[in-house]
Each structure stands twice: as C-alpha cells, then as structure tokens.
Write a protein that binds this ligand. Structure first.
Ligand SMILES: Cc1cc2nc3c(=O)[nH]c(=O)nc-3n(C[C@H](O)[C@H](O)[C@H](O)COP(=O)(O)O)c2cc1C
Length: 381
C-alpha cells in the first residue's frame, strides 16, 4: 500500500485524517497514517499547546496542519465587521433562539466567546495574518511534514518556506479548475473533495471529480476526499487514480474525538440522508447534520445568509449558545454523508485496521474476478 506519496510524507499507509482533535491526529499518525490538525479555530498560543501535545505523543511519526486562507475576504479591520451585520439578521437569530428557549451566554463568557472581541477563533483564523501566525508556530515542530490549505493555493512565500523545511503542501479542490490552479501554484499534492464530504464542499461528487482531477494534474498525486469511511471506498478511490484517501467524518464518532455527547449521539444515529449543505456556519456552503437550526435558515421568514466572514460572525455566538443549551432539536455538527456508516464508536486504530483489511479483501476479490473471467473475457464485450 505504501506508495511514492507515502514515502515522501514518511508514512506507511495512504490514509490522511483531517481532525480538529489532537487525540485523533496523534492516534492516526501512530497507527501508520497521518493526522492533520485543523488549526483554523485556534489562536497561535492554543495551537502551540495542541502541537506540543501531539509532538510528544507521535515520537518520530509525522503529522500535518490544515489552515484556511481564502482568496477572497471582506476587507476591514475586525471591529468594523461587527457593524456590517444588519440588525434585522441579529433580531431574526435571536427570535429563533428564543423560540427554543436558548439562554444568552453568561456575562463573563469563559467559553472562548470573548477571546477575539466576540468573534470566533474559527472566523479569525480565516485571515492571512492569523494563518501566518499559526504557521509560524507550526514550523517550530520537527514532526510537521504536511501543510494543507482549505480555500485556495497557498501564497508563494509560504510554499517556499514549506519547501525549504521539507514540508509537503496540499490544497483542497472541489473542481478541476481549482486543482489545475493549485498545480500551477506549485503545491505537492491535491485533495479532490467531493460534494458528499463534511465541511465546506462543492457541487461535484467524489466519484465524478477524482478521475478528472487525477487526469488534469498528472503526475501530481491526488488524494480522494468525501464519502470515504471504509476499505471498499478506499479501493474505489485508488481505482479512480488517487494516491490515498483524506477522511474527516469517520473520525468524529471515535472515542478520541472531542465531539460532545449530544452531537456525538446524533452523529452515531444519523443515516446518510440526514446531512444538508448549508451556508449557516460561514456564508459558504458546508455539509452538516440537518437540524431544526439548519431548517430555520431555509424558511421564508429567514433574512438570508451573509457573505464570508459576516455570516460566521453573526452565528458563532448562537452556535455556542446552542451547544451550551444541549438542545436536542437545534444541535448540529459538520459531517458528510459517510456519517451514515459511522454507527459504532471504534477507536482510530480500529477504523484504520478495518479500512486496510477491507481494502486488501476488495483488491483481492477484484483480482480474482478478473482471473475468473479469463484472458479473453474482454473480447466478449
Ligand atoms: C467537522 C469537520 C470540519 C472540517 N473543517 C475543515 C477545515 O477546517 N479545513 C479543511 O480543509 N477541511 C475541513 N473539513 C473537510 C475535511 O478536510 C475533509 O475534506 C472532509 O471531511 C472529507 O469528507 P468526509 O467528511 O466525507 O470524510 C471538515 C470536515 C469536517 C467533518
């Protein structure tokens, strides 16, 4: 299973795990894949704590970091952004929360809500300035071998710095055009992420996107992402020409993940039809568990979504309040359609072992099917 990309990344298995949870990142790296920490929600100091912890757990094994550097960002200093949010939107959000009896935050916060003057770390991390500060922290760790940008080709100076430090650089693509732009921008690998994926996602499904991206950027390696949670799906991804799989949702229900008990229970119970692509979190379409909260944003009385980053600034406190209230109806969580396959709490090592075993069985089965068909079978078509 070890291929050229694995060798360059210093890993045994072509399994790449995106997670915001340090325990998942460390567990996957220790199991022979590579854990990639989603850093956008952290301040530089928080990131240092997380990476200290990861580095101390993985020994010689590599790990990665994922940042969100968008091409487009509403101009303006952070305090000005608050004043750009229409009062009507604020009032509507309050009215939905009131309908479900969601209490305001306690005055002193303590939940991190006030950490950036009321703007979430998640949204703050979407600026070049903060991304650069996060990367400066990350560059201090010898185990950092992978850097991924979610929303565009990383700037040339960051690519150059990564290259000088022996860090592989990747970028997510939801369209062939994005992938070609990333290749032209100088990345080392592409993550072709399909419509069924959790988090921010495009219109084209993994099955349709991956082979097109593989052909368009060859010989650059491509990871397949979106809807992959099993060895059969991994075999399909490799059959499409991918050099590995990049998974997010499958880790959410592991004991290592930090997902709180209520959303965890909902994720474990969900089937693949219970996700929705909504702009509620950031203003850009992202797939998540459908709930009364995501439904409310589709109703006729809703004033509509705001552009990035205003939508996130508008909703981040509401999301904190919903989480604190432990409200069954409103609770939601970013996840992909593969969540319908995550119905038990397997640890990361077991997820990987199951994936690898099923992958090997599948490839052998396909090999047998070809051998059984005989050398002349293609002539029957
Ligand atoms: C909870 C969650 C949060 C995510 N946040 C990010 C992110 O911050 N940056 C990023 O590059 N991708 C993010 N993603 C997308 C993943 O990197 C990955 O492409 C996706 O999960 C793959 O599809 P899957 O969920 O079907 O495995 C997120 C995914 C999930 C489930």
């Amino acid at each position: 299973m070890k291929n050229e990309l694995c060798r360059r990344a210093g890993i045994e298995l072509p399994i790449f795990a995106f997670s915001h949870c340090r325990d998942v990142v460390a567990a996957v790296s220790r199991a022979g894949g590579i854990g990639v920490l989603g850093a956008a929600g952290f301040t530089p100091e928080q990131l240092r704590q997380e990476l200290d912890w990861i580095q101390s757990r993985v020994g010689e094994r590599p790990f990665g970091i994922d940042v969100i550097m968008p091409k487009k960002f509403e101009a303006g200093a952070v305090p000005d952004l608050q004043s750009m949010i229409p009062e009507g939107h604020r009032a509507w959000v309050e009215s939905v929360l009131a309908r479900y009896g969601i209490a305001p935050l306690p005055p002193a916060g303590g939940d991190g809500a006030a950490a950036h003057g009321g703007i979430s770390g998640e949204q703050i991390g979407w600026t070049h300035e903060i991304c650069r500060a996060l990367l400066e922290v990350a560059f201090g760790y010898p185990g950092l071998k992978l850097m991924v940008n979610a929303l565009g080709t990383p700037p040339e100076d960051i690519l150059a710095e990564c290259r000088a430090r022996g860090i592989l650089v990747g970028a997510l693509a939801g369209k062939v055009q994005h992938a070609v732009a990333h290749r032209d921008g100088g990345v080392d690998f592409i993550i072709a992420q399909g419509h069924e994926a959790g988090g921010h996602t495009g219109e084209i499904t993994t099955m349709v996107l991956v082979p097109q991206v593989v052909d368009a950027v060859a010989p650059l390696p491509v990871l397949a992402a979106g809807g992959i949670a099993s060895g059969r799906q991994m075999a399909a991804a490799m059959a499409l020409g991918a050099s590995g799989v990049w998974c997010g949702s499958v880790w959410l229900t592991t004991p290592e993940s930090e997902v709180a008990p209520l959303p965890r229970r909902k994720l474990l119970a969900a089937d693949s039809g219970q996700t929705v692509r909504s702009r509620v979190i950031s203003g850009k379409p992202a797939r998540m568990l459908r709930s009364a909260w995501t439904d409310a944003w589709e109703k006729p009385d809703c004033p509509g979504f705001l552009p990035l980053p205003l939508q996130g600034i508008l909703t981040q406190e509401a999301h904190l309040r919903i989480a604190r209230a432990n409200n069954e109806e409103l609770a939601f969580y970013p996840c992909g359609q593969a969540i319908g396959m995550c119905n038990d709490e397997r640890d990361c090592r077991s997820v990987i072992a199951d994936m690898v075993n099923e992958y090997v069985d599948t490839v052998e089965r396909l090999g047998r099917a070809l051998a059984d068909a005989g050398p002349d079978s293609a002539g029957d078509l």
